[in-house]
Design a protein around this ligand. Structure first.
Ligand code: NAD
Length: 259
């Protein structure tokens, strides 16, 4: 097993990509902290991981709330002893043209994606620095490198994660802490399923056209990336035990964006 006894604090792990990473890491022997907005859904995911033979706990946390993040990481350390891996993954999406974006929605997007990444990073660096070892993985996106219409705060935040990652990689090196960014193309999760009818309405095209001509047009094969693909890339970063891979981003998008 590639992550035996390591403690992985995964935000947004009750759904979609975060849940797939939680399942994959649990199968590799990691103890999973399912950190998500709602206690019941976090507990349900943790119970399912335990039923499959893993070790997990659910914690309710809003990643944009400083006190809640501090308390959640403290609870994880209390239960499992430390945090070895942070997957900063919780995210939301709001799509609108820039000229129609409300300031409140802009701030909400940056709060969840950027404040959430900063607060969870800062909280998890304490146990990581104390044990002189750790791994931080940010859930970026092709939108960490590329823009799309209707997604101003999302693209801004996902680019911002690249900057945070690089600073954490530089500062963390002295403490044997690595930081990297996973950049998925479109993955059919609730976050994307919600956008398809919204984009169809805003762009005045069918839902099929949104999928074919907007989301997957630039891929090499017209295919969605899968949750399992992203879990595999996260596992690569989490189990790669050298500073050769730090401050990097890896794009898994069926060739939509090529570096
Ligand atoms: P999802 O909606 O299935 O899961 C997101 C999870 O985050 C949910 O369980 C939700 O409750 C949780 N969450 C939202 N706000 C939170 C908050 N303030 N505090 C704690 N938890 C919160 O979405 P997903 O597609 O699995 O997205 C996960 C991450 O992957 C996001 O950062 C997203 O931007 C990124 N991403 C997704 C895609 C895609 O195509 N699905 C592509 C690239 C990047």
């Amino acid at each position: 097993m590639r992550l035996e006894n390591q403690v992985a604090f995964i935000t947004g792990a009750a759904s979609g990509i975060g849940r797939a990473i939680a399942d994959r890491f649990a199968r590799e022997g990691a103890k999973i902290v399912v950190a998500d907005l709602n206690q019941a859904t976090a507990d349900k995911a943790a119970a399912e991981i335990e039923a499959a033979g893993g070790k997990a706990m659910g914690i309710a946390v809003d990643v944009s709330n400083e006190e809640q993040v501090e308390a959640a990481v403290a609870a994880a350390v209390d239960r499992f002893g430390t945090v070895d891996i942070l997957i900063s993954n919780a995210g939301i999406q709001i799509v609108k043209p820039v000229d129609e974006f409300s300031f409140a929605d802009w701030k909400k997007m940056l709060a969840v994606h950027l404040d959430g990444a900063f607060l969870t990073t800062r909280a998890c660096l304490k146990p990581m620095y104390a044990q002189n070892r750790g791994c931080i993985i940010y859930m970026g996106s092709v939108h960490s490198h590329e823009a799309s219409k209707l997604k101003a705060p999302y693209v801004t935040a996902k680019h911002g994660l690249m900057g945070l990652c690089k600073v954490v990689a530089k500062e963390g090196a002295a403490h044997n802490v690595r930081a990297n960014v996973v950049c998925p193309g479109y993955v059919l999760t609730p976050l994307v399923e919600k956008q398809i009818p919204e984009q169809a309405k805003t762009l005045g095209i069918s839902e099929e056209a949104v999928v074919r001509d907007v989301m997957l047009r630039e891929t090499v094969d017209g295919q969605f990336t899968t949750e399992a693909d992203i879990a595999e890339v996260a596992l690569l970063f989490a189990s790669f035990d050298s500073n050769a891979l730090t401050g990097q981003s890896l794009i898994a998008s069926h060739g939509w964006f090529m570096n």
